[in-house]
Design a protein. Structure first.
Length: 383
């Protein structure tokens, strides 16, 4: 919970682009040429960011309110394109489809089992950390085109329902027992993952049905009462089925198996972000029975530089919950506020630690208890 040292200024868009696109370029080279490119891609995305963050451990300063950030949307769109290119190239390399004439001269090396495993892990981490963070950014945009691009990324990872559940359930009920994606104190990740996956699917569907019913009653979507709108779950589920059929037709049964495994791997990392960023934190119930508003005390932040750039500032999570529509370059840490939840290590490193529940609890449970005691002191203090 200590404050981070300061850089001289907030990062520019080119810094986000360099950090977020570098792993995509390396993965594409690995898929095309194999060899040491595979290990370079894997080492870069799995070790470079956590290592640099641990050594540097300094947060970029908060941007000025209202500053112009040209190029932010262009980078988000570029990352969507990179996601689909990396997905196609990875499936082609894993299924040896390059040998069917997909690749150019000098490309399309047949990868051995260990190289395929390395490529699978690197691509899966790119989808789970970069693609997920960018799609998460886009589904909060008010522009239909940008929103659709973010939803398309989640659909391509067979996780389209997250588009609904994240906005309509998680943001409304975060840090309460009504949010399936807010991990409870003492709950290990391997228990959290299936509970949160199915819970978010169920609650997101219920929220969309309730929204459709309200719009049908008021005619909000069509202007005529009694007429509703298409439930987005038709798109989320139908799109997933279409993606699986398309992959099977292009890359065959083995391609479909790799695709399902990659999607599951990416989904686990997405859910791991929710697990890490809200573990054990709870909003208090007021005397009138209502739940207190969401504040900085209800999300674990991380200000580590390289992972923040690569994940388009997703680790600045509390400000995102306070201002869901705020674009990623403008997210703030607000270090002048009272002590609040700050992760001891970068978000990717904490996600790796979460895979080992005893180690995770040893590091995090005492921090949760400390934050709860501090919240109790604030609640009892005279106004």
């Amino acid at each position: 919970m200590a404050a981070f040292p300061r850089w001289s200024g907030p990062p520019e868009i080119w810094a986000f682009a360099l950090a977020a696109l570098a792993p995509a370029v390396l993965i594409l080279l690995a898929a095309a040429f194999g060899g040491w490119w595979v290990w370079l891609a894997l080492v870069w995305i799995s070790l470079a960011s956590p290592s640099a963050d641990t050594i540097i451990a300094r947060a970029f300063p908060d941007p000025e309110e209202g500053r112009a950030t040209p190029g932010a949307n262009a980078l988000s769109v570029t990352l969507v394109g990179a996601h689909f290119i990396v997905l196609a190239a990875t499936l082609s390399a894993l299924t040896d489809a390059w040998m069917g004439g997909w690749a150019g001269p000098g490309m399309g090396q047949v990868l051995g089992p260990w190289h395929k495993l390395g490529l699978f892990l690197a691509a899966g981490m790119f989808f789970g950390q970069v693609s997920n963070s960018n799609a998460h950014e886009l589904i909060h945009r008010s522009t239909r085109g940008l929103f659709a691009l973010g939803a398309a990324v989640f659909v391509s990872l067979l996780f389209g329902h997250h588009t609904s559940s994240h906005r309509l359930v998680h943001h409304l009920h975060v840090a309460t027992d009504r949010d399936p994606n807010s991990a409870r104190l003492g709950e290990g990740f391997w228990r959290f993952f299936p509970r949160a996956w199915f819970g978010s699917f169920r609650d997101g569907l219920a929220a969309e049905r309730a929204l459709s019913a309200r719009r049908a009653a008021t005619g909000g979507a069509t202007g005529a009462a009694g007429q509703g709108r298409l439930n987005p779950y038709v798109i989320w589920v139908g799109g997933a089925v279409a993606c699986m059929v398309g992959v099977a037709l292009i890359w065959g049964g083995s391609g479909l198996a790799f695709y399902l495994a990659l999607s599951l791997y990416a989904q686990m990392q997405l859910m791991m972000s929710d697990y890490v960023q809200h573990y054990g934190l709870r909003r208090r119930q007021r005397a009138d029975g209502r739940i207190e508003p969401v504040g900085p005390a209800h999300s674990w932040d991380a200000g580590h530089p390289l992972s923040s750039l690569m994940m388009v500032n997703a680790p600045r999570h509390s400000d995102h919950h306070a201002h869901p529509g705020r674009a990623y370059p403008d997210l703030r840490l607000a270090r002048g506020t009272p002590p609040r939840p700050v992760l001891p290590y970068s978000l990717p490193l904490m996600a790796a630690i979460a895979l080992v529940p005893p180690l995770w609890r040893r590091i995090m449970d005492r921090r949760v208890e400390r934050m709860r005691r501090f919240a109790d002191v604030l609640a009892e203090a005279p106004v």
